[in-house]
Write a protein that binds this ligand. Structure first.
Ligand code: XUL
Length: 520
C-alpha cells in the first residue's frame, strides 16, 4: 500500500487526512482541538493565549507539539497501518513565528530518553510564545518599513504591502522590544517549518507559499530579499531557514516518532501554509476556479499566473505549491462574526444556514447591509473595530427580526469578499466553497448570487490537510491534477439567480460606501 499523510497545524487545532491515491480513497481523518483537549493546561481556551491588549495574539508552540503527538496517538489507536505511509507533508496557520536558540537542533535530533518532545522543547525557545496571524500589534513596524523601503516597493518585491500579521513586521517588533532575546535567537521558523523540523529531526526549509507571507521573500527570485531582511532586523538572514518548493523532501521521519508505528523510511516533505495547501486540497491549484474558505478566518483565493498585486494593500500574492502564484484575501471577522450573530439571535446552525434564508428575501427587501467588524479587521485594515448598518430603520436600530440579521451578515460578508477581490482582475465562472460554513445552503446560494458565478461544494474533511496529503503523494511522483480530479470532486453545484445578482451589484456600491466611512 502507498499511503500519504497530510497534517494541518491550524489556529484551533491540528488535523490529519491520510490518503490512498491508488484506491482514490481517504483512509482516515482525525483532529485534536487545542481549546477542548489542551486549553486548560496551556491556558488557551481557543488555542490562543489571553492578553489584555486585544491587538496581541500569541500561542504556545509547545501546545502545537503536544497536540501533534496526541493526534498520532489517536491515529495509532485506530489501527491505521502507519508503517505504509510513504511520505508526510503538512501545513500551518500562516505568518506565525517560532523563535529558537542554539539548543533546538540537538533537542529535536536526539531528544533526552524517557521524555516527550514537548516537555523538553521549552529549553530551545528564545521567546516563550509565538505571535500568530491574528496579531495586529505591529502597526508601528509596518509604518517604519514603509518609510524605509516604500509601501509600493515592498508590495512589488514581496507580493504584499507591510501587514501587521506578517512575519517581517512581527520579527521587527521582537527585535526592537527584546533585543537580547532576539540576539539569543539562532533560528526563526514559521509554524509550518517549525512543526516540519520537529517531525524530521532537523531544521527544515520554508516553502515559497508560506515564505511569501512574511514580507521578506522576493517573489521574483524566490530568495530572501537582502534589503527587506536588513530593514526588518539586524542579522535576520542568518537566522532564517533556507527556502524550497513544497514538494521537495527534507528527509526521513525523526526516529523519535517511530513509537507511533511509522516506518523509518517515511519521508517528510517541506511544509507550506494552510491557504496554499487548501488551494491544492480544493482542486484549485491548476487555475480556473476560485475558492471561498470559511474557516476561523474567511479567505478567498485562486491560482494566479502573473503576480498581480492589490493597490489597496489588503490582498496578497503567495507561492502556489503546484508552481506559479496564488492570490489571497483574508478576513478576520469570518466565522467569528457569524458565531457572534448566531449567539445574539439564539439560533442553531440549521436555522442560521437554512430557515433564515427561506423566511426572507435578498437584502431583506430594504438593502440591509452590516459591516460586521466585531474584532480588529485586516481586510480592510480597521484596528478599532466598529459595527455599521444601513437599510430599514428597524434593521439599523438592531430591532430587526433574527432571520433578517443573519441574512444581512452573510450577504455583507460575501459583498466584502467580492469588493476586495476585484484587484485579482478575473471574473470567476466557478467558485468552490469549503470550511464549516459551506454546509449552509443559504451561504452557498448567497455566494453564487453575489458573484454571479456557479458555486461548487466539495465534501472533504479538511481541505488544507488533504492538500498536504496530496503534496506528499506528488513528491513521490503522483500527478497533482489526477489527485485533484480524484480527491476534490465537487459534490454539489448551485447556480446564481440573475435577478439577485443585479440587486447585489447595486448593494455592492452601498457596501463600499458604508465600509469606507471612518477608515482606521
Ligand atoms: C492568511 C491568514 C490566515 C491564516 C490562518 O493570510 O492570515 O488565513 O493562514 O488560517
Amino acid at each position: 500500500m502507498n499511503l500519504f499523510m497530510g497534517l494541518d497545524s491550524s489556529t484551533q487545532g491540528v488535523k490529519t487526512v491520510i490518503i490512498d491515491p491508488d484506491q482514490g480513497s481517504i483512509l482516515a481523518s482525525d483532529s485534536v482541538n487545542y481549546g477542548k483537549e489542551l486549553g486548560e493546561k496551556y491556558e488557551s481556551p481557543e488555542g490562543v493565549l489571553p492578553n489584555k491588549d486585544p491587538l496581541i495574539k500569541h500561542s504556545n508552540p509547545l501546545m502545537w507539539v503536544e497536540a501533534l503527538e496526541m493526534l498520532f496517538e489517536k491515529i495509532k489507536k485506530k489501527r491505521i497501518p502507519l508503517d505504509e505511509i510513504k511520505a508526510i507533508s503538512g501545513c500551518g496557520q500562516q505568518h506565525g513565528s517560532v523563535y529558537l536558540n542554539n539548543k533546538f537542533d540537538a533537542l529535536i535530533s536526539s531528544p533526552p530518553k524517557g521524555k516527550d518532545l514537548y516537555q523538553v522543547l521549552g529549553d530551545a525557545l528564545s521567546r516563550k510564545s509565538s505571535p500568530i496571524w491574528m496579531d495586529s500589534s505591529t502597526g508601528e513596524q509596518c509604518r517604519i518599513l514603509s518609510e524605509k523601503i516604500g509601501t509600493e516597493e515592498i508590495r512589488r518585491r514581496s507580493g504584499s504591502a507591510p501587514v501587521e500579521r506578517f512575519t517581517g513586521p512581527q520579527i521587527m517588533k521582537f527585535y526592537q522590544s527584546e533585543p537580547n532575546a532576539y540576539a539569543n535567537t539562532s533560528k526563526i521558523h514559521l509554524v509550518s517549518s517549525f512543526i516540519c523540523s520537529v517531525l524530521c529531526g532537523k531544521s527544515a526549509p520554508i516553502d515559497f507559499g508560506d515564505g511569501s507571507g512574511m514580507n521578506i521573500m522576493n517573489l521574483q527570485t524566490l530568495k530572501w530579499d537582502d534589503e527587506l531582511c536588513s530593514a526588518v532586523a539586524k542579522d535576520l538572514k542568518r537566522k532564517l531557514p533556507s527556502l524550497a518548493p513544497a514538494t521537495s523532501i527534507v528527509g526521513e521521519i525523526n526516529p523519535y516518532f517511530l513509537k507511533y508505528g511509522f516506518s523509518k523510511d517515511t519521508e517528510v516533505t517541506v511544509w507550506t501554509g494552510d491557504n496554499p495547501a487548501s488551494l491544492v486540497g480544493s482542486g484549485a491549484s491548476g487555475g480556473s476556479v476560485a475558492v471561498i474558505s470559511l474557516g476561523t478566518s474567511d479567505t478567498f483565493f485562486s491560482a494566479m499566473k502573473k503576480p498581480l498585486t492589490d493597490p489597496d494593500g489588503c490582498g496578497h500574492v503567495f507561492g502556489n505549491p503546484a508552481g506559479g502564484f496564488m492570490s489571497l484575501i483574508c478576513f478576520k471577522n469570518g466565522s467569528l462574526a457569524r458565531e457572534k450573530i448566531k449567539a445574539e439571535c439564539g439560533v442553531d446552525w440549521d436555522f442560521f444556514g437554512g430557515a433564515a434564508f427561506q423566511d426572507t428575501i435578498p437584502g431583506g427587501g430594504t438593502d440591509n447591509i452590516m459591516v460586521a467588524h466585531f474584532f480588529p479587521e485586516i481586510t480592510p485594515l480597521r484596528i478599532n473595530p466598529k459595527l455599521k448598518f444601513s437599510g430599514s430603520e428597524d434593521f439599523t436600530k438592531g430591532k430587526a427580526d433574527k432571520a433578517l440579521k443573519i441574512r444581512a451578515i452573510v450577504e455583507s460578508q460575501m459583498l466584502a469578499i467580492k469588493l476586495h477581490s476585484a484587484w485579482m482582475g478575473e471574473k470567476f465562472k466557478t467558485i468552490r466553497i469549503t470550511g464549516g460554513g459551506s454546509k449552509s445552503k443559504g451561504i452557498c446560494q448567497t455566494a453564487a448570487d453575489v458573484f454571479g458565478s456557479s458555486v461548487e461544494t466539495i465534501s472533504i474533511p479538511d481541505s488544507a490537510a488533504l492538500g498536504a496529503a496530496m503534496i506528499a503523494a506528488s513528491s513521490r511522483g503522483y500527478d497533482l491534477s489526477s489527485l485533484s480530479a480524484n480527491f476534490a470532486k465537487p459534490t454539489g453545484r448551485i447556480e446564481p439567480n440573475p435577478n439577485n445578482t443585479a440587486l447585489y451589484d447595486r448593494m455592492l456600491e452601498k457596501y463600499r460606501e458604508l465600509e469606507r466611512e471612518d477608515r482606521v
